[in-house]
Design a protein around this ligand. Structure first.
Ligand SMILES: Nc1ncnc2c1ncn2[C@@H]1O[C@H](COP(=O)(O)OP(=O)(O)OP(=O)(O)O)[C@@H](O)[C@H]1O
Length: 614
């Protein structure tokens, strides 16, 4: 997708990136993907000593398991009377080897798990930190379910690599190399005979593996899409129920699940065919080896115990080779997952976590100026929303933005918060362009009381503290008092510890608004944005919210996004937005008397709607 550099002063870094690949895009060159996956190893670095210890135990346990066939062979030697040891001695040695194997395996698994769990934790944390510091347009372009699956399923894939696949790769390779050397040493003739079957298996493995991988990747993508359906449905379960659209959602889910099943079954046919081929070829090979080996024993070329050892090693090696196919598939899946993860990690965040943590609000007065601001949303670049907006709000002044729905009122304040970059013009705070502030520094000076108050799952106390996590208990209680929220909070048996949000009690609209006001009071910013609730509260709540707002607005520059005009008579200045520009500005008195003015018409419209209600 081409990207347009439009407007002045926009550096490439500031621009939201639209040219990202789909996360399910077919990957390019394998080697590139593998290189990306190797970057993962840096997550192992802090735990390299533990990893090295794990490798040591892995080598020891591989060594002991390789000693096993040799010892079994020695027992046969004893039976044949060709050994200086007794059966008991060798059995004892076998037990020692088994014990060693058991102990080494325990440490191997525990140490590798320590490394992989911690490394994966760090990857998850990095991905999450990156996601939430990415610019708003990037996040808007993606579905929530898609981003969640980056953190959950893709990272889990990587865990497989770090905890199991790497170790297993080493083990299989060691088994293969050591086992083959022993085989050659025992009988090169029989080894060459045995090897005649291996290339056949190798070719088949590559052929089938490629097919099944492609199919299972398709199925994985479909499954991810199915999960998105579940998430979206659950997120808006009220809407689904209100429209009685349960059957529709079930149908949507079933259709996509059917696709998954079909793909999975198609892949299963391949896998089944592959498994039966391998079983036949492998056991066929072993039968061949026994046949040829028996002939060699009869010819006196080597002993029965050697044949026994040989066959055991052959099965070990056979298992390693077929395991390699699985490992290959797993590595390939991991490459896909890590590509998707590094794609996110490689994005440019709007602010680093460090900068966000260290940002201070600074000492601003709160003057806000818009100079001929032009803006179109990145997702709809051809549709200008603001076409030259100019405003000048003095520090401490209260203004209201008014206009028909969709006129761009919310957009104006989103630009002040730098959720998006405007294409031209300038927005200044205290005479300094917003772009010259650190993003967190700027946002620390602004508080929003939104239309729809979002409460996090947790206590009321935590929800208020969200305004300023470092605040003391006294400050939080004081903020609740000043927001006129204390009365209702204290009426709950658990008071501030009452759980709200998804699993807790549901607060009324007015109560939620007052929590949001308490949050804003606690944040104590110089600039305040009130996105007025569209739905009206009952008279009592309305009065309390209004008192709380009056308290909050004191000594702050306030921008009210007005949906209901009744509440804005007290503001110093009203700006009426039409067609992406300020069409009228003035006090309520002045604007309502303009004949055929936009504001006068809006008032008339609201008045008529109010009358119709009765
Ligand atoms: N994230 C977005 N991406 C693309 N277009 C958007 C986005 N948000 C808003 N718009 C569009 O921008 C225009 C202005 O929207 P905005 O929300 O600023 O209007 P508003 O005046 O606040 O409306 P309302 O009073 O209904 O809240 C609308 O046409 C809307 O469809």
């Amino acid at each position: 997708m081409a990207k347009e550099e439009n407007g002045k002063g926009l550096s490439g870094k500031d621009l939201p990136r639209n040219d990202l690949q789909s996360p399910f895009a077919v990957r390019k060159i394998k080697w590139e993907g593998l290189k990306i996956t190797l970057h993962l190893l840096r997550y192992l670095r802090p735990y390299r000593m533990t990893f090295a210890a794990g490798m040591l135990f892995l080598a020891l346990s591989t060594g002991t398991s390789l000693a096993f066939p040799k010892l079994v062979g020695s027992i046969i030697e004893v039976i044949e009377g060709k050994s200086q040891f007794s059966i008991n001695q060798i059995t004892l040695l076998l037990f020692v080897v088994l014990l060693g194997q058991a102990v080494f395996s325990y440490f191997r698994i525990y140490l590798f798990s320590q490394v992989s769990e911690r490394a994966v934790n760090n990857i998850r944390l990095d991905v999450f930190s990156k996601i939430i510091t990415l610019p708003v347009p990037y996040l808007e372009e993606r579905r929530v379910g898609e981003l969640t699956s980056r953190i959950t399923s893709d990272v889990s894939q990587l865990q497989g690599l770090l905890s199991f696949t790497l170790a297993e790769l080493f083990r299989q390779a060691a088994t293969l190399i050591v086992g083959m050397s022993i085989l050659f040493y025992t009988s090169w003739k029989l080894t060459l005979f045995m090897l005649a079957t291996v290339p056949v298996l190798g070719v088949a493995s590559v052929f089938f593996g490629r097919h099944t991988r492609r199919l299972s990747r398709k199925a994985q993508d479909q499954l991810a899409a199915a999960n998105v359906v579940v998430e979206e449905t659950l997120q808006s379960v009220h809407v689904v129920k209100a429209f009685t659209n349960e059957p529709l959602e079930i149908h949507r889910y079933r259709t996509i699940l059917d696709r998954v099943v079909n793909l999975m079954l198609f892949a299963a046919r391949f896998r089944g065919g592959f498994a039966s081929f391998i079983i036949f070829a492998m056991f066929g090979g072993i039968v061949g080896v026994i046949w040829y080996g028996a002939a060699l024993v009869q010819a006196g070329e080597f002993g029965l115990s050697d044949l026994f050892t040989f066959i055991l090693y052959t099965t070990f090696i056979g298992a390693s080779i077929s395991g390699m196919g699985d490992l290959y598939a797993q590595i390939n899946r991991t490459v896909g997952a890590s590509e998707r993860i590094f794609e996110i990690l490689g994005e440019t965040a709007e602010v680093s976590v460090e900068a966000a943590r260290n940002a201070v609000a600074g000492d601003i007065e709160g003057r806000v100026t818009y100079q001929d601001v032009h803006f179109a949303y990145p997702s709809r670049a051809d549709l200008p929303v603001l076409k030259g907006v100019s405003l000048d709000i003095r520090a401490g002044e209260k203004i209201a933005l008014v206009g028909y729905s969709g006129a761009g009122k919310s957009t104006i304040v989103q630009l002040l918060m730098r959720f998006y970059n405007y294409q031209s013009g300038e927005i200044l705070v205290d005479g300094k362009p917003v772009r010259d502030y650190g993003i967190s520094e700027l946002r620390k000076n602004i508080a929003i009381v939104p239309q729809e108050v979002m409460l996090f799952g947790g206590t009321i106390y935590e929800n208020i503290a969200y305004g300023k996590p470092s605040a003391s208990r006294e400050a939080i209680i004081d903020a609740a008092r000043r927001a006129h929220a204390l009365e209702f909070i204290e009426s709950f048996p658990e008071g501030f510890e009452t759980i709200v949000g998804e699993r807790g009690i549901k607060l009324s609209g007015g109560q939620r608004q007052r929590i949001a006001i308490a949050r804003a009071i606690l944040k104590d910013p110089k600039i305040l944005i009130l996105d007025e609730a569209t739905s009206s509260l009952d008279a009592e709540s309305e009065k309390l919210v209004q008192i709380a707002l009056d308290e909050l607005m004191q000594n702050r520059t306030t921008i009210v996004i007005a949906h209901r005009l009744a509440t804005i008579r007290k503001v110093d200045m009203i700006y009426v937005l039409r067609d992406g520009r300020i069409a009228e500005s003035g006090t309520h008195q002045a604007l309502s008397t303009i004949p055929d003015g936009v504001y006068a018409n809006l008032i008339k419209l609201q008045f008529e709607t109010a009358i119709e209600k009765y």
